[in-house]
Design a protein around this ligand. Structure first.
Ligand code: GRF
Length: 208
């Protein structure tokens, strides 16, 4: 399967995918054909370039409207004919055009146990709420914010030390689980196929 990965930051989730693919290119069942970012100079894009993977940037500020940006992003991604598009720390909400093009092939990873704590501050919000467990969720993207059908979740315990100041440390522990979860989820979707029925994601070949 062909993967296009979208990111905004450090790209450790991308790196985990690249490492899994390099470890077993045939067995993994998917390869990253392009990496897109919403800004210039991300460490994630640097990781891609180091691996010889084409990159592109689609910056909201360079378009006259959000719709124009969304259409340009859709086109940039479509050029690479992806079977799956992976939002791995891509801090932008895509629009109607993108969802029309990739809706049932577009997945995201979120650092909280959805449907709790959606949005850009999932780790901070979970801490502020005083939860005892949190984690990460890999899910399909729909037109809400982190509301699409759930593919996989991983759990991380919140300890006494995880005060509000400990957001970075907790996020790092979540990311350790998140990277493995994403690698496993993408591999399974790519190798086994899937079917989305309402809110339920069924892994395994369609019609089997
Ligand atoms: C991940 O925790 C993702 O869920 C969140 O941002 C982080 C991205 O990390 N939205 P990285 O860029 O893959 O290192």
């Amino acid at each position: 399967a062909r993967l296009v990965v979208l990111l905004s930051g450090t790209g450790t989730n991308l790196q985990a995918l690249l490492d899994a693919i390099e470890g077993d290119p045939e067995g993994y069942g998917a390869r990253v054909v392009a990496v897109g970012a919403d800004r210039h100079g991300t460490l994630g894009a640097e990781r891609a370039e180091r691996a010889g993977i084409p990159t592109f940037v689609c910056r909201l500020g360079e378009y006259e409207s959000r719709e124009a940006w969304d259409a340009a992003l859709t086109e940039a991604v479509a050029e690479h004919r992806p079977d799956l598009v992976v939002s791995a720390g891509f801090m932008k909400i895509v629009g109607k055009t993108f969802l029309a093009g990739f809706g049932d092939r577009f997945i995201n990873t979120h650092p909280a146990l959805l449907p709790s704590f959606p949005g850009a501050h999932g780790v901070r919000d979970a801490l502020a709420h005083g939860v005892k467990v949190t984690g990460c969720t890999v899910h399909f993207v729909d037109d809400g914010v982190d509301t699409g059908p759930i593919i996989a979740q991983g759990v991380v315990e919140v300890t006494e030390e995880d005060t509000a100041e400990g957001e970075a440390a907790l996020h790092e522990r979540i990311k350790q689980v998140e990277r493995k979860l994403l690698v496993e989820a993408v591999g399974r979707l790519a190798r086994d196929g899937y079917r989305i029925e309402g809110r339920k994601v069924h892994l395994g070949h369609v019609g089997e």
